[in-house]
Design a binder for this molecule. Structure first.
Ligand code: SF4
Length: 187
């Protein structure tokens, strides 16, 4: 039986992958992150997740597109209450559905490694989606390994981003101008 590990980026995948490998859990990784904007950043994070998958010899499934215009719309505010609620909902809904439809026995997400994300909301969203699609959600508090994972990413030369993902978080980032001019952090 195999787990589906939703992965938001290469650096955040490193520690969760190490945990799963140490406990002997087989897994494939899934890239589904339409929240990452602009498109050059969507591509850059996907390329670096590919490097993280290759590092461990793991299968990487890539789904979805960059949906910058959707995130810029306003209708989701009424439906979900906030863009972050929508962001978790869309990604975890797709992940749980994909896991159920493709024979995975469980799923989890690398979003649970970040101390900067809404950890409890992510876990609750995953629990709801697990019930909806009839597939197990495996909860991990990966946050204790966040720094270790970032160091592992640095050691293999992965790009480490300086903003959450959507165009709004980029606009709010102190690195905004550098990022638009091609700024990368790997060292
Ligand atoms: S801030 Fe992060 S979690 Fe919130 S909508 Fe943007 S990319 Fe998604």
């Amino acid at each position: 039986m195999t787990m589906l590990l939703h992965a938001c980026c290469g650096p955040c995948s490193m520690y969760p992958q190490e945990v799963l490998r140490e406990e002997g859990t087989g897994y494939d990784m899934l890239w589904f992150n339409p929240n990452i904007h602009p498109e050059f950043e969507w591509n850059r994070r996907l390329v670096n997740l590919g490097k993280a998958a290759d590092h461990y010899g793991v299968k990487l499934i890539t789904e979805g597109i960059c949906m910058e215009e959707y995130w810029k719309g306003k209708t989701y505010i009424e439906e979900f209450g906030s863009r972050c609620v929508m962001c978790y909902d869309i990604r975890m809904d797709f992940t749980a559905k994909y896991a159920a439809e493709h024979g995975y026995d469980s799923f989890t997400t690398t979003l649970l490694v970040s101390p900067y994300q809404q950890h409890d909301l992510i876990a609750k969203t995953c629990e709801d989606k697990a019930l909806k699609y009839g597939v197990d959600f495996r909860y991990y508090d990966f946050r204790e390994g966040f720094r270790k994972g970032q160091n592992m990413a640095r050691e293999i030369g992965l790009y480490r981003q300086k903003y959450c993902g959507c165009i709004f978080s980029l606009e709010e980032s102190e690195f905004r101008d550098k990022i638009y001019s091609g700024f990368t952090v790997t060292e």
